[in-house]
Design a protein around this ligand. Structure first.
Ligand SMILES: NC(=O)c1ccc[n+]([C@@H]2O[C@H](COP(=O)([O-])OP(=O)(O)OC[C@H]3O[C@@H](n4cnc5c(N)ncnc54)[C@H](OP(=O)(O)O)[C@@H]3O)[C@@H](O)[C@H]2O)c1
Length: 240
């Protein structure tokens, strides 16, 4: 049986790379791409649907466009914010904490993915291994936090990891084949990482394609015992 997959945030560097690899995979029947920048060029295999994850209505509208008979073997959530073009930037110090900016980061990195779970979980293919993967970040690990800073981004990813764990617990009974997972993609060349690239040795900076193919290898290797955990691009488990 061929598989159906969904990528939420398919306009991003990593989301787009994941979507392209899946489109080239002959074992896949259809790739549903969800993003704010949709184009009308859906094909038989690639379907493009608008979504704004800051709006619950938009998420509802998006799932209403999925055909009733579609069930996903993989749902890959690649949305996220670290900074934007206007006011949001990672806090260097306590004095940089701001209510509005913090809420914006939590909305995109935590509340949005939680709502994505709420509306997309019913579309998982319960008959086979089915994976719901969320791009998180190593800095969301409390035990790994050695240098501080980045208050809202760190906290939003820590909370995301908790939500992934909760999904895994709640859905295990109704869908024992499900695997909910947080993923650390490595440091990847993208709009999100651009301001920080200079701090990274070039050998440690992945292209989106490199990261996407490593992450898909990790997903292939997962079993239901891994549900609720957080893995890096190389398959190493990251502790909370
Ligand atoms: N790059 C890295 O080094 C790195 C490291 C660790 C973790 N991560 C995580 O990996 C994920 C992807 O990062 P990336 O590097 O691929 O960044 P990116 O290229 O900036 O992609 C971010 C994606 O999030 C989408 N997005 C933001 N707000 C949205 C909203 N309200 N509704 C719908 N989509 C929204 C963007 O859509 P638009 O195109 O519409 O803006 C874009 O598709 C993030 O969660 C990030 O935290 C990245």
């Amino acid at each position: 049986m061929k598989k159906n997959v969904a990528v939420i945030g398919s306009s991003g560097a990593i989301g787009n790379a994941v979507s392209k690899i899946l489109l080239d995979d002959e074992s896949i029947e259809s790739v549903y791409n969800f993003s704010r920048s949709t184009s009308d060029n859906s094909s038989e295999k690639s379907k493009n649907i608008y979504i704004d994850i800051e709006s619950e209505e938009s998420i509802k509208d998006a799932v209403n466009k999925i055909p009733d008979d579609i069930r996903f073997d993989l749902i890959f959530v690649a949305t996220g914010i670290l900074h934007n073009d206007s006011d949001v930037y990672p806090e260097k110090s306590i004095r940089d904490i701001s209510s509005d900016k913090f809420k914006k980061v939590l909305m995109i990195n935590t509340v949005g993915p939680a709502l994505i779970g709420k509306y997309f979980i019913p579309f998982l293919n319960k008959d086979n291994k089915n994976v719901f993967a969320f791009l998180s970040a190593r800095v969301g690990s409390i035990s790994d936090n050695k240098i501080g800073g980045w208050y809202s981004y760190r906290a939003s990813k820590t909370a995301l990891n908790q939500i992934v764990k909760n999904f895994s617990i709640e859905i295990k009974r109704s869908n024992p084949n499900s695997i909910f997972i947080g993923l650390q993609p490595g440091t990847v060349k993208s709009n999100l990482s651009k301001p920080f690239e200079k701090n990274v040795q070039s050998d440690n900076l992945f292209t989106p394609d490199q990261s996407a193919s490593k992450l898909l290898e990790v997903i292939d290797s997962l079993t239901s015992d891994d549900s609720g955990k957080f893995y890096a691009w190389n398959g190493d488990e990251i502790q909370p």
